[in-house]
Design a protein around this ligand. Structure first.
Ligand SMILES: [Zn+2]
Length: 590
């Protein structure tokens, strides 16, 4: 609701009376947070509240900060932690001759901090109100751009690379104690360089893979594995040892697979590393999965859902109780979607708890629990504990067995909204998977309210995209008529996309909302194909249909949609493989 008219002012006045405040005393009282709470209780949206306050105080308010350049004076002087904590960001003055700094404020509770900033920078400031999430995203972006130092460092490392390798080779030739070598500077530099590169390229995984005569470093970027470095065999032991030391793993143990974890700070970003080793005939193979703790959350509207699917999904997630499933192979964006959904329904009135493996993102105001089979905290056991915490909404990272499935379904039937994921090809197969696990059809039919199947496709690089007239065979693949105006787009390759023609990803979706027809089919133990057909008859658009729309919109390409729709079979076959070894982080940037 964006409305600064009379209705809003009336609502605002009512809210102010409730909070026992009046407009004249607001800035003096410094109690804008109380007012914001009152406004929220009165049913005003965040932006409407901000606009009302801005009007009352005679200051500006913006729904988006995209047209406001950031002030480099601000980012140079104010640490990112302070900016993040108080949700404020300096904007360049609208006119160059003005000494006044504009400060975007994303949380009225931090109004007093404006004075702190003004004193610290010794400049007059003009506040501008903006939604909290908008300011938070702008802060991340502003400080991301200020990576001059990091860039320089990477540059130095790049220039040093040969020297680093030379030194490593000398060390290796000397056959010194590995325990010592693992802490030596060159190998640390080399591993840091690899991690820097991985973070810079937004890689979700780094593979360190030994061959007979060399050590390969490969990175998974936007879901696809690329060769990054070929290192000489003689640095293998030390490189791998260094990674294992970082993960607090036992470096003397080389015959058993191990898991480790580490957290590294790269520039302004905090990255969690999940490290797994596996002995092979040429030495230990290492996979490092990168989880970017500072990655921002995506709003549901940013994931790539077409407006109709989005509207139906938004409707589904606001119901009181039931089971909502998101399905697809590992790395298909399920976690990102679930986080966006939880974020959307998160409010003080709702008690939301999650069970995850791993926790990819810390959600504000939501209790997240790490599941670990090793420590005996399984999904089923965790779920039992979570149910004693009086939850309204529960997110169970994954349904893998009958026990978890049974408990998730029971919870959804006893007044809880439950979200979970399954590894299945399409939405309809999720329903039959539950039956295959041993759940009674009437329980599935009465608990599941909707299934969202998802895949990530790579986005055509905006920097080097070119339109072209599709070939008749391409139109045949799409199954649509070519008109004189049909255009498709592909990236031609540029430095921005590492010559791949793609940059970033977006989701393709298939939403099956369960209606009476589908429920009857489930009761009758119909096949997934029959359920799928009933869904299509009722308006479900398949993953392929959605992909085709995106190809015709020039957002992605035929090979991409082909890749992710073919891959479904492989994904199902590899279900037993632990997610860490098999693929991309689902929280990867879209
Ligand atoms: Zn490009």
């Amino acid at each position: 609701m964006i409305d600064t008219g009379d209705n809003l002012r009336a609502a605002l006045l009512r809210a102010m009376q409730t909070a026992n405040l009046n407009a004249a005393t607001l800035p003096m009282r410094g109690d804008l947070a109380t007012f914001a709470d009152a406004a929220r209780t009165a049913g005003l949206s965040e932006i409407a509240t901000l606009r009302a306050v801005a009007t009352a105080l005679g200051i500006a308010c913006a729904e988006s900060l995209s047209s406001y350049p950031t002030s480099s004076d601000f980012t140079a002087a104010i640490p990112i932690a302070f900016a993040r904590k108080h949700k404020l960001l300096g904007l360049a003055p609208p006119t160059a001759d003005s000494d006044r700094l504009w400060i975007a404020l994303g949380d009225l509770a931090n109004w007093d901090q404006l004075q702190v900033v003004a004193r610290f920078l010794n400049r007059p400031i003009t506040p501008l109100l903006a939604p909290g999430a908008v300011v938070a995203a702008a802060i991340n972006e502003a400080y991301q751009q200020r990576t001059g130092q990091a860039q320089d460092f990477i540059q130095t490392l790049n220039e040093d690379r040969n020297a680093v390798l030379d030194e490593l080779q000398r060390l290796a030739a000397g056959r010194e104690d590995l325990l010592d070598n693992a802490t030596r500077a060159p190998v640390i530099k080399l591993v840091n360089l690899i991690l820097f590169e991985a973070v810079k390229a937004n890689a979700s995984d780094v593979h360190v893979q030994p061959y007979e005569d060399r050590l390969m470093v490969r990175m998974r970027i936007d879901g696809v594995l690329y060769d990054s470095y070929t290192l000489p065999k003689l640095v293998q032991e030390e490189t791998i040892s260094r990674v294992k030391v970082m993960g607090k793993m036992n470096i003397a143990e080389k015959r058993l697979s191990q898991d480790g974890r580490a957290t590294v700070q790269i520039g302004d970003r905090t990255i969690d590393l999940r490290i797994a080793s596996l002995p092979t005939s040429y030495g230990e193979r290492i996979v490092i999965r990168l989880l970017d703790k500072s990655a921002r959350l995506y709003d549901l509207t940013e994931l790539g859902m077409d407006p109709r699917t989005l509207a139906r999904f938004e409707q589904l997630i606001t119901i009181e109780h039931g089971l909502i499933l998101v399905t697809g192979p590992t790395g298909s964006g399920k976690s990102t979607t679930l986080y966006s959904a939880l974020q959307r329904i998160n409010s003080k009135e709702r008690n939301i708890l999650t069970l995850e493996d791993p926790i990819e993102y810390q959600l504000d105001g939501i209790s997240q629990t790490q599941v670990s089979d090793k420590k005996g905290m399984t999904f089923a056991k965790g779920l039992r504990s979570v149910l004693r915490q009086d939850p309204d909404v529960i997110m169970v990272g994954e349904i893998r067995d009958l026990e978890t499935a049974t408990m998730a379904i029971q919870s959804s039937l006893t007044g809880h909204l439950v979200f979970s994921t399954l590894h299945t090809n399409d939405a309809a197969s999720a329903v039959t998977r539950l039956l295959d696990l041993g759940i009674e059809p009437y329980l599935v039919a009465s608990s599941v309210v909707g299934v969202l199947a998802e895949r990530l496709v790579r986005r055509v690089c905006a920097n080097c995209a070119q339109s072209y007239r599709p070939h008749p065979s391409e139109m045949e693949w799409l199954g649509v008529e070519r008109s004189a105006t049909t255009k498709m787009r592909m990236g031609t390759g540029c430095p921005a996309c590492r010559n791949t023609g793609y940059r970033g990803r977006l989701g393709t979706f298939e939403l099956l909302a369960l209606d009476d027809d589908v429920r009857r089919l489930i009761q009758a133990r119909a096949t997934a194909t029959e359920i799928k057909e009933a869904g299509i008859a009722a308006g479900t658009r398949t993953l392929r249909d959605d992909g085709i729309d995106k190809i015709l919109a020039g957002v992605t390409t035929i090979p991409e949609v082909e890749r992710v729709t073919l891959r479904t079979d492989d994904a199902d076959r590899s279900m037993g493989v632990p997610p860490m070894h098999s693929s991309a982080a689902s929280n990867a940037p879209l």
